[in-house]
Design a protein around this ligand. Structure first.
Ligand code: HEC
Length: 278
């Protein structure tokens, strides 16, 4: 094969690989952005597959580049020697300079591969909560676990996961109807439901928690320390009627506190259950 034909083929390959990289890069950025791997396909390939194709095309470009350099080596040596005013007889130096250049390049690539390998770190916070509710950042308060002991003082060693953290799904945000209401209902509903509404407070009325024109707020989102509801259930208001009936066990207090400090999320209620009318 003639040298010029070979060079043309190599240039053509280089162009193909390069355009392929641009195209797959576009795919990874626009049609299949990060986070779509599990949910979307393009021409029956996932984002992950496209990323692999992108990477292999990149390696292809690199290989072609090396081939290109090798084929033009004599020209490069002559040009560089003349530019630097080195020996008049560059012919003798081809092999040596070629080897040195290859070694330096391999060294740089090897160092890069090594550095990237050792620099990978586990993410401390999982990247993507399953359902993104932007309103309430996830708080990882210990009380999230309903199985935690009722007495917080018993020294329970907190179990630290040894498995990689990115496999642990992010705890969903604490939500009133799903998490808080069921706990309060058993303790408070008999006096604060639609039937009996002591002190004008109902468990199922949002405005009773967050205040309205007539009532002061019982819950100040993200500020459990100043939220009156918390001091009531902690028994810090002994003067109020039925004060004893208002005390909650520590784990329920913890849950309330965590809910308030995470922003007191209150979403649409699912279908009401029978127990609302005791
Ligand atoms: C035995 C009935 C009874 C139970 C059970 C009960 N309460 Fe009450 N609650 C009352 C009465 C009576 C008042 C009126 C107190 C007052 O006005 O001094 C009241 C008042 C309140 C108020 C209004 C306080 C204020 O300052 O406006 C809140 C909030 C409240 N209760 C929350 C709760 C919560 C939360 C629970 C469950 C942990 C609960 N209650 C359980 C009887 C009860």
């Amino acid at each position: 094969m003639k040298r010029t034909t070979l060079n043309q083929i190599i240039d053509l390959l280089a162009a193909v690989f390069f355009l392929g990289m641009i195209a797959t890069g576009y795919i990874l950025y626009f049609p299949l952005p990060p986070g779509t791997n599990k949910s979307h396909l393009l021409w029956s390939l996932t984002r992950h597959r496209w990323g692999e194709i992108h990477a292999w095309l990149g390696l292809g470009v690199l290989a072609i580049l090396f081939l290109h350099l090798a084929l033009h080596w004599s020209w490069i040596v002559v040009a560089v020697s003349q530019r630097l005013g080195l020996t008049r007889d560059p012919q003798a130096k081809h092999l040596k300079s070629g080897i040195i250049t290859a070694l330096v390049l391999l060294g740089i690539l090897g160092a890069f591969a090594w550095i990237t390998q050792v620099s990978v770190k586990e993410q401390t916070t999982p990247c993507c909560p399953p359902k993104q509710r932007r309103k309430a950042p996830i708080s990882t308060t210990p009380s999230r676990h309903p199985s935690s002991p009722a007495t917080p003082h018993t020294a329970q060693p907190r179990i630290q996961p040894t498995i990689p953290t990115q496999r642990v799904p992010a705890a969903p945000p604490i939500e009133y109807w799903k998490d808080v209401y069921p706990r309060l209902a058993s303790a408070c509903l008999r006096c604060h439901g639609p039937n009996k509404t002591r002190g004008g407070f109902r468990l199922d009325r949002r405005e009773d928690y967050f205040g309205s024109n007539e009532n002061a707020a019982l819950v100040l989102p993200r500020n459990s320390a100043q939220s009156p509801l918390l001091s009531i259930v902690k028994g810090e208001r002994p003067s109020m009627a039925a004060a004893e009936a208002h005390k909650l066990p520590p784990r329920d207090i913890d849950l309330l506190r965590a809910w308030i400090d995470a922003g007191a999320l209150w979403s649409q209620r699912a279908a009401p259950k029978k127990q609302d009318a005791p």
